[in-house]
Design a protein around this ligand. Structure first.
Ligand code: RFL
Ligand code: PHB
Length: 392
């Protein structure tokens, strides 16, 4: 097989890119190792910045999002000193976020790609890539039990953190920045009436978060051990921890219900630079991951694709490489700002076993500062709704 852009991975990054290229008349093939139903039901992120919503709209894939997504103008932070209400439109000004599950984004993008005559090869696993230094890289993949090849002008490595694209770059050409946090999140999806506000809680028992997916579906998280097994978390323990950590003296009630999905999410920050090797460009989790406390992973993947799609369209129209040459530097500026923010929120809200009384007092003072400072709240609000895009 042969194509202009070989896209490895049908997560948000690969799907956004495939639709933007398809619209520009650029031929691309998407290889996805999993089955369609698996990636359409994988529960992950849920907070969309306006830039991500705009991208869905621009691609004509935003109709269901506007019907079913929930506009969210506020987030609350509960802590020992009370509740900090962060009013997004007042502080940003005028901006909000939208709550819409990542798997719904993926469903809508797959439907758009297939509905417009594009293809996605499911259960097609890329195994390795050759010829990255030349002008015709080749992706080797397995499909229907057969080894096949896809020869491309450009390879887009959108295959997530555990994919093979990043590993195809010689180690000495890549700098890796990595921070593994000494805890994870235990996440559940439950049939229970959610809190009306996105609520982050910093509690002496550990962090917790109450989010939602619909008026009857709650998405809830508690800080847990990095190595915890779901078997360590029977239903009663989960609800007891959530009740304790999300307790609010003003009486907002946490509703319990049937748990539909559960899992441990490791917390890690990781950046690989540069996000390019020869004719292969990495985007999304393939190049960087952030701890979920900032709700940024999916939005950052969409931001990479915004830059990459423009550069590729220019390249295929004119042959000019300069935007592609700037791709990695342009993306990494945003990646580091988002990593900074995600690390800040993680440090602010979690309980660290290693923290000394000094560290704990500074953490408490930081929360008190944010509670009393519009500048402190604006820092959180402007990052949460999404930083402006810098033109490259
Ligand atoms: P994805 O979504 O991981 O998509 C990569 C796709 O590539 C496929 N793939 C391959 N295909 C072919 N050949 C191979 N060799 C392949 N190797 C992999 C995979 O099957 C997959 O379909 O990456 P992308 O597109 O960059 O999107 C990034 C986002 O998915 C990610 O940043 C967020 O979901 C991160 N994340 C969360 N972010 C938040 O902002 N809030 C959250 O609550 C949140 N929860 C999560 C998360 C990530 C999780 N992972 C990765 C374990 C919860 C989990 C469990
Ligand atoms: C979610 O709704 O899944 C969610 C919300 C906020 C976060 C992370 C995840 O920071």
């Amino acid at each position: 097989m042969r194509t202009q852009v070989g896209i490895v991975g049908a997560g948000p990054a690969g799907l956004f890119l495939s639709l933007l290229l398809q619209r520009a008349g650029i031929d691309c093939v998407v290889l996805e190792s999993h089955r369609r139903d698996y990636i359409e039901t994988r529960v992950r992120a849920g907070v969309l910045e306006q830039g991500t919503v705009d991208l869905m709209d621009d691609l004509g894939a935003g109709e269901r999002l506007h019907r079913e997504g929930m506009l969210d103008p506020r987030l609350d932070i509960r802590y020992k000193g009370g509740v900090i209400h962060i009013d997004l439109p007042a502080l940003t000004p005028g901006k909000i976020v939208t709550i819409y599950g990542q798997q719904e984004v993926v469903k809508d993008l797959i439907a758009a790609r297939l509905g417009r005559g594009g293809s996605i090869l499911f259960e097609a696993e890329a195994t390795h890539i050759t010829g990255l230094d030349g002008s015709r890289p080749t992706i080797h993949f397995k499909h229907n039990g057969q080894n096949q090849t896809l020869e491309c002008d450009i390879v887009a490595g959108c295959d997530g953190f555990h994919g093979i694209c990043r590993g195809s770059i010689p180690e000495h050409l890549l700098t890796v920045y990595d921070r593994v946090y000494p805890f994870g999140w235990f996440g559940i999806l439950a049939e229970a009436k959610p809190f009306p506000e996105m609520t982050y809680s910093s509690h002496e028992r550990g962090f917790s978060l109450a989010s939602r997916r619909s008026p009857t579906l709650s998405r809830l998280y508690v800080q847990c051990g990095a190595e915890d097994d779901p078997a360590d978390w029977p239903d009663r323990r989960i609800w007891d921890e959530l009740q304790a950590r999300l307790y609010d003296a003003t009486g907002a009630e946490l509703h319990e219900g049937k748990i539909l999905q559960r899992g441990v999410i490791p917390l890690r920050a990781f950046v690989a630079a540069p996000m390019r090797h020869g004719r292969m460009f990495l985007a999304g989790d393939a190049a960087h991951i952030v701890p979920p406390t900032g709700a940024k992973g999916l939005n950052l993947a969409a931001a990479d694709i915004r830059v990459l799609s423009r550069a590729l369209i220019e390249f295929f129209r004119t042959g000019a490489m300069d935007r592609l040459d700037r791709y990695s530097d342009t993306c990494l500026k945003r990646v580091w700002k988002v990593t900074r923010y995600s690390n800040y929120m993680t440090s602010l809200l979690h309980r660290f076993e290693s923290s000394t009384p000094f560290d704990q007092s500074v953490q408490q003072a930081e929360l008190d500062y944010v509670a009393g400072s519009l500048a402190g709240q604006t820092t959180i609000a402007e990052n949460y709704v999404g930083l402006p895009f810098e033109e490259d």
